[in-house]
Design a protein around this ligand. Structure first.
Ligand code: HEM
Length: 232
């Protein structure tokens, strides 16, 4: 699909819709955000590492999920008509790196928590956590998987496109691990906004992956059919 960009009228409509969605979201969530920030200010200092870890956890999760969704939009070519491919690719790569950095900060902040003591080994060794070891272990594995995938972006030329592509499948394990980890170990899972984040991200990834597989199968069938009639 070649880049055409969106027609002017559609661009104006998209800007309006985004403006309305952002406006409504801010209006609806501002009161609870303000009271949340106020309760943060009132929180005792020893609770701050735990609270900051939870905040960075969700931003990391959004970046990781965003990167996976962007990658799928790239591989299905769904965005190509309206966004330049190099820009989409850069966003996909940067979101993965930001997600990895924030997830590492999210884990490291637990080391400062005094309620539950996390030593260096508890933080680094999967399933060694003193708190919900299995659920936290999934997050640790997701972090290492994300590190592998993010590193592969920067070594793509050296390792070759085939290996890079193979390594890219690890992203699905990282996303599934991070989602299960967040749901099972988080204290915010039952809150509607947290539940909405996990649901929207998972539905988007499952839908786009199914679509990607379907177009892959259709293309393979077409190639086989063309191969069958070509040689006379
Ligand atoms: C890709 C990597 C990771 C992502 C995306 C991620 C994301 C999340 C999310 C979204 C939550 C839920 C927070 C809440 O409900 O308040 C969470 C909780 C938690 N994570 Fe992670 N995490 C990752 C890696 C790690 C690692 C490496 C560790 C430990 C070394 C860890 C330890 C924890 C703990 C202890 C909780 C429970 C905090 C609470 O009670 O809210 N996570 N994580």
């Amino acid at each position: 699909m070649t880049y055409r960009g969106l027609p002017l009228l559609i661009r104006i409509a998209v800007a309006l819709v985004i403006g309305v969605v952002v406006g409504v979201t801010v209006a609806l969530t501002l009161p609870s955000a303000v009271s949340g920030i106020a309760s943060l200010a009132l929180a005792t200092p020893e609770k701050l590492p735990w609270i900051s870890s939870r905040v960075t956890a969700f931003v990391a999760y959004l970046a990781v999920a965003g990167s996976v969704v962007y990658g799928l939009l790239l591989s299905t070519k769904l965005l190509d008509a309206i966004a330049h491919r190099p820009v989409s690719f850069a966003l996909h790569q940067d979101l993965a790196a930001v997600g990895l950095g924030l997830a590492a900060i999210h884990g490291a902040l637990l080391g400062l928590d005094r309620t539950i003591h996390f030593g260096l080994a508890d933080l680094l060794v999967p399933f060694a956590s003193p708190y919900r070891p299995v659920a936290v272990g999934l997050g640790q594995l997701a972090l290492y998987a994300m590190a592998l995938v993010t590193l592969s972006f920067y070594t793509r030329r050296r390792i070759g496109t085939r290996r890079w592509r193979l390594l890219h499948y690890v992203t699905f394990l990282a996303f599934a691990g991070a989602t299960a980890h967040g749901i099972l170990s988080g204290t915010d899972t039952t809150r509607p906004w947290a539940f909405a984040i996990y649901t929207v991200a998972t539905v988007a990834v499952v839908f786009l992956t199914t679509y990607r597989i379907a177009i892959g199968v259709a293309a393979a069938r077409e190639r086989r059919a063309a191969g069958g009639i070509a040689p006379a």
